[in-house]
Design a protein around this ligand. Structure first.
Ligand code: ADP
Length: 197
């Protein structure tokens, strides 16, 4: 199994690059944002609770997202590997993920961290808000709150993996193809060291 975390602030391009990476490497995409939005769309109690937090730009409680990831790992036991997008977003989530993967005799291969300036993040998110239908994208105050949560709670997650020497910084500004190539350049040599499945 090869598992990777695509890391970066809101608007850094994780969703766009995830789509391209899963199709190239055959990984299962696990995006907590997408899982939460699907709970909202199905009007579940969990979705209802999550929506009010997401609309303010706050994080959803750790137990909720850890539970969602745990079931997703169980229901995709045959996957070649996982691409985690938007998770882990706190140190508690990172520790929980390591334990869940350990139970499955696997671990995180690498964390690829997209680096994008704050001005560019806000510009991209406001632009996405024109068409995405996401209520957290079309209000600059909510966008600033999300970036604030990132600095307060999420940025430390990179330090957690840095400790295990698993973090690679990738320039997240440029064309979609340029960024994709830079990500693949980090992944390919790591996959070569794995036994083909
Ligand atoms: P973005 O990366 O653009 O902020 P996401 O789709 O990843 O978008 O997340 C949208 C919202 O969903 C976040 O602002 C947060 O409220 C919630 N969320 C997503 N993933 C997590 C997580 N791992 N922990 C807590 N909240 C989360």
């Amino acid at each position: 199994m090869f598992n990777l975390i695509l890391f970066g602030p809101p608007g850094s391009g994780k969703g766009t690059q995830s789509e391209k990476l899963i199709s190239r490497y055959g990984l299962k995409h696990l995006s907590t944002g997408d899982l939460l939005r699907s709970e909202i769309a199905s009007h579940t109690p969990l979705g209802l609770e999550a929506k009010s937090l997401m609309d303010k730009g706050h994080l959803v409680p750790d137990e909720v997202v850890i539970g969602m990831i745990s079931s997703a790992l169980d229901s995709n036991a045959k996957a070649r590997g996982f691409l985690f997008d938007g998770f882990p977003r706190t140190s508690a989530q990172a520790e929980a993920l390591d334990k869940l993967l350990e139970l499955k005799h696997t671990s995180i291969g690498v964390m690829l961290a997209l680096n994008v300036s704050e001005a560019e993040l806000v510009r991209r998110l406001l632009k996405r808000g024109e068409t995405s239908g996401r209520s957290d994208d079309n209000n600059e105050l909510v966008i600033r709150a999300r970036i604030g949560e990132y600095h307060a709670k999420t940025a430390v997650v990179a330090q957690y993996y840095q400790h295990f020497d698993k973090v690679k910084l990738v320039n997240g500004e440029g064309t979609i193809e340029e960024i994709f190539r830079a990500l693949c350049k980090e992944i390919d040599p790591r996959l070569e060291n794995k036994v083909p499945q």
